[in-house]
Ligand binder design. Structure first.
Ligand code: AMP
Ligand code: ZN
Length: 477
């Protein structure tokens, strides 16, 4: 079966092939660690995880690299404003390094709770300043970089394919950039972006700073991803992922820097996850389709969901309700629906584990449907539909030899089905005895006692199912 993935660069689905057989070099733009990640950010990482797991499902080894932006990401798009990290440190009156490490830890806890496979390499911008300086030197040597009194920039007019990914015209790009605050009168073109900021003028008090051939300062945000991805994965990557906002600024800049420095193709497949949007969270917000943004004060954290009693994996399940290239609107109704969908899936897995049986030939068709769905540009709504069809069919036929198929699907779904089915069905002599007692009561037509026992078991979180071959029980999740 061929795996087809949508490549933002060509705006079409393409059959996926890797540079090296059996191995996919994948880079995922990581978090800027000045604040908690919100569930929108996390949607992007769930998408990248499903991509990685799908590649693994089809037999690839996937060395994945993720950066941690702990310096250099400014609040404005065209290098205007302040460094987000420094701003937060100032606001909180805390040490900037503490802030960076704290939010990095929380981020990696969150992704673990969401069952997102950890990247093979996790790299901090602040630990790769030398690699960034080397890259900028190469860009000078190849005529792409220039220095002003305030900074070092990439001259976008020296790179003809600058807008290939975004498909904007360079003209439009320049006009848009001209409208934003331009902090440096010496910039050659409004769309030029910073590779290095000098710790002078507006950045005179920048705390994080390093020596460089262009004076003491700190790197621009985009250069870290070029330097670190190429360090760990080589000059050409198979897949690069990020949120859809990166199609217009961050990723064109990465391409310009990387290809400008090496003269080689940087990334073969660019893949972008669409945003999670939120409806009204308060009465004064009139924009229904607000993106959830870290700096927009309207964000929900994974912890917010946990505090409200949701299983983090129910949020993962919710993300499968929309294709990764479609916006997903978060509502509490959809969160509840996902939570109950996930509960019934786990309940079915526990039931299938108890009843068991040989896999029958009809299961093959459902395996195929599931695989076709994931191979078709990670169509998770369809994959989930295939899972639900399998469940319905098993219940209809009363044939439960489907666990192996379900566990196999879960390699991509990442919903811990095996773990929860096992936990739900761990044997327990006390419960077995209560059930036996209830069966005896029923045999003696002592309905009152049987009901009492059922209630007692229910209070213990035990679900009973009376089948022709006796009573089955499992723990509710
Ligand atoms: P940041 O930590 O701001 O650098 O963002 C981390 C990742 O989250 C990036 O890949 C962004 O594109 C992505 N992202 C930001 N906002 C959203 C959102 N509302 N929905 C989905 N992804 C988002
Ligand atoms: Zn990046």
């Amino acid at each position: 079966m061929s795996l087809n993935l949508y490549n933002t660069l060509t705006r079409r689905k393409e059959e996926f092939t890797s540079i090296e057989p059996g191995k996919v070099r994948m880079y995922t733009c990581g978090p800027t660690v000045y604040n908690y990640a919100h569930i929108g950010n996390l949607r992007s990482y769930i998408f990248a995880d499903v991509l990685r797991r799908t590649l693994e499902y089809f037999g690839y080894e996937v060395p994945q690299v993720m950066n941690v932006t702990d310096v250099g990401h400014l609040t404005g798009d065209v290098d205007s404003g302040e460094d987000k990290m420094e701003l937060q440190a100032e606001k909180e009156g805390r040490d900037i390094w503490d802030i960076a490490r704290y939010f990095e830890d929380v981020f990696f806890d969150d992704i673990e709770k969401l069952n997102i496979e950890p990247p093979n390499v996790r790299c901090r911008a602040t630990e790769h300043i030398d690699e960034m300086i080397e890259l900028v030197k190469k860009l000078f040597a190849r005529g792409h970089a220039y220095e002003t009194a305030q900074a070092v920039y990439f001259d976008v007019t020296t790179f003809p394919k600058y807008t290939e990914l975004s498909r904007q015209s360079l003209e439009d790009k320049m006009t848009a950039a001209r409208d934003e605050v331009q902090e440096d009168p010496e910039k050659r073109n409004p769309a030029d972006f910073a590779l290095w900021f000098k710790a002078i003028g507006r950045f005179e008090h920048h705390i994080m700073r390093w020596e460089s051939p262009w004076g003491v300062g700190f790197p621009g945000w985009h250069v870290e991803c070029s330097a670190m991805s190429m360090k760990y994965l080589g000059e050409t990557l198979d897949i690069h992922t990020g949120g859809e906002d990166h199609v217009w600024v961050h990723h064109p800049n990465e391409i310009a820097q990387s290809e400008g420095a090496t003269g080689k193709k940087f990334v073969r497949y660019w893949m972008h996850g669409a945003f999670l949007v939120v409806g009204k969270l308060s009465v004064d917000e009139d924009d229904e389709e607000r993106r959830m943004g870290k700096s927009e004060g309207n964000f929900l954290r994974l912890q917010t969901l946990i505090d409200k009693g949701y299983d983090p994996l129910a949020y993962r399940y919710l993300c499968f309700s929309a294709h990764y290239r479609a916006k997903l609107k978060f509502t509490w109704e959809s969160m509840d629906a996902a939570a109950s969908g996930y509960e019934s899936l786990k309940d079915f897995a526990a039931r299938a584990k108890q009843i068991g049986g040989e896999e029958q030939p009809w299961v093959a068709e459902h395996r195929k449907k599931f695989e076709e769905a994931i191979a078709d540009d990670l169509n998770m709504p369809q994959a989930l539909a295939a899972v639900n069809e399998l469940i319905r069919e098993a219940d209809r036929r009363k044939e439960y030899g489907v666990l192996e198929a379900l566990y196999k699907f879960d390699e991509v779904l990442g919903l811990n089905l095996r773990e929860s089915a096992e936990k739900a069905t761990i044997a327990d002599a006390e419960i077995d005895n209560l059930i036996k007692e209830r069966e005896n009561a029923r045999a003696e037509k002592n309905w009152q006692r049987a009901d009492e026992l059922r209630n007692q078991l229910a209070e213990m979180g035990i679900v009973l199912e009376d089948t022709p071959s006796g009573t089955l029980w499992r723990r509710s999740n």
